[in-house]
Design a protein around this ligand. Structure first.
Ligand SMILES: [Zn+2]
Length: 453
């Protein structure tokens, strides 16, 4: 009987062999999938506000007198919003602003296995980028460009959006972005944030370390791979994590494939027709959304312990599974739970092995220290194991009664994996006061009535 009640997952190399999914878990995954579909509607207002901001910023940069290098910026749409996979915080936007540079030499920083580079102009130039080079007149300074982006955005906000709710966040040393936050005065919890990232477009081919990846021949085909690999490559002014960085690391750039990731998300089918109509819909994107949801949920619960974890780890695992589990029929909407548990199982095993190769720069392990310390990895291993054993409680949406309770964050006190339980208990507790109060009032009225007689 038990066997019949359970949904049998298909066994492919990416999934946990023979792993079964209980009807409860199946229901939870499908329910959460449906909730995620409804989120899109909420975003429309935020999109309008952000579009207005970015259009005005581009206009400002095009006409700015003090920094001609930034006059030719254009938007390289990327980031989760444009891929429709931003999850718990639908109002976070990433905007990459593309800056063009002449031919350059990319030199890899050895200890980071192909992810971080120093970028040097092939020869000294009279072009506007010359204001952002180091003393050797050729090395493009990541910190100078990041600082200038910051200064220009600050100037833009104070001249065009003063008192309109936008604030610039403090600069973070490891972040390539200028972060703006929007506080809605009418709805205080309706926050919005925009990360503006200056991005260099490098006109020549991919660096050596990225030539071997991505492994998509079986999934998207050889022709598609050739097309993707022939595209320009981008760099963002981000330095590696860790203390006591060498001087070249402080001025380094991190390679970015987000334009290609976006394209792979859009044309994700083994057959070109995937998701073109309702008859050939698939659940690939939904699976990534669920994994991101799980990652965000765990991070909210354990912000300190899981600080190094980010959605990019989930996205990377997702691409690896896609390149292995290629057939569109395996991802039909009816297979959502099986497909998601397959992805979850793959992710869990990568964590356990402490090895998650970057999808494009295969020699770089995203789970290697110092970027991902061993202690955090061990914590994540346990957290994922607990999630699997308890039926993914982190995916549970708080029950409606929990939202009636004053907003106290119970997870800070003791991280109960079952969402909302503590809140309901607290709610019942506060009812006791009402009962006792009522009894006191009735007794008082009774005594007064007796005395009046
Ligand atoms: Zn599809």
């Amino acid at each position: 009987m038990e066997r019949q009640r359970r949904v049998r997952s298909d066994v492919v190399s990416a999934g946990p062999p023979g792993d079964d999914i209980s009807p409860e878990l199946d229901r939870l995954i499908r329910q959460r999938g449906r909730d995620l579909r409804l989120r899109k509607v909420d975003q429309q207002n935020a999109v309008k506000i952000v579009n207005h901001l970015i259009e005005s910023l581009l206009e400002f940069l095009k006409n700015n007198e003090d920094q001609p290098f930034f006059r030719n910026v254009s938007v390289l749409t990327s980031g989760s919003y444009y891929e429709m996979v931003k999850i718990n915080k639908p109002n976070e936007f990433d905007i990459m602003l593309k800056l063009k540079v002449p031919r350059i030499e990319m030199s890899e920083l050895e200890e980071y296995q192909g992810l971080f580079y120093n970028l040097k102009l092939v020869r000294a130039t009279r072009e506007e980028v010359r204001h952002f080079v180091l003393e050797d007149e050729r090395t493009i300074s990541a910190s100078k460009i990041r600082d200038e982006m910051h200064r220009l955005v600050r100037k833009f906000i104070s001249s065009h959006f003063k008192g309109k709710g936008w604030v610039i966040c403090r600069k973070l040393i490891n972040s390539p972005a200028v972060t703006l936050e929007f506080n809605n005065k009418e709805k205080e919890d309706d926050m919005m944030s925009v990360d503006i990232v200056p991005t260099l477009e490098v006109p020549q081919g991919w660096p050596q370390a990225a030539r071997a990846g991505p492994n998509i021949n079986n999934w998207l085909g050889k022709k598609c791979r050739r097309q993707l690999v022939s595209k320009a490559v981008y760099f963002v002014p981000k330095r590696p994590k860790g203390r006591n960085l060498k001087d070249d690391a402080k001025e380094s750039w991190r390679i970015s494939f987000s334009h290609i990731e976006k394209e792979m998300m859009q044309y994700h089918g083994n057959k070109k027709t995937c998701c073109e109509s309702t008859s050939n819909k698939c659940c690939r994107k939904r699976c990534l959304q669920l994994l991101k949801c799980l990652i965000e949920g765990l991070k909210q619960r354990y912000p300190k312990e899981l600080e190094p974890l980010c959605s990019y780890h989930g996205k990377t695992a997702f691409f690896h599974v896609l390149s292995d589990r290629v057939r569109d029929s395996l991802w039909s909407p009816g297979q959502l739970s099986v497909s998601f548990m397959n992805l979850f199982g793959y992710f869990e095993r990568r964590v356990l092995d402490g090895s998650l190769p970057h999808f494009f720069v295969c020699h770089h392990n995203l789970f290697s220290p110092p970027a991902f310390p061993k202690k955090a990895l061990a914590f994540l291993t346990n957290a994922l194991k607990e999630q699997r054993e308890l039926g993914l409680p982190v995916l549970k949406v708080p029950s409606p009664s929990a939202t009636l309770v004053p907003d106290t964050d119970v997870t800070d006190i003791h991280p109960n994996p079952i969402n909302g339980t503590d809140r309901i208990v607290a709610y019942e507790g506060s009812f006791w006061h009402v009962y006792i109060g009522l009894v006191v009032v009735i007794v008082c009225v009774g005594i007064r009535w007796v005395f009046q007689k």
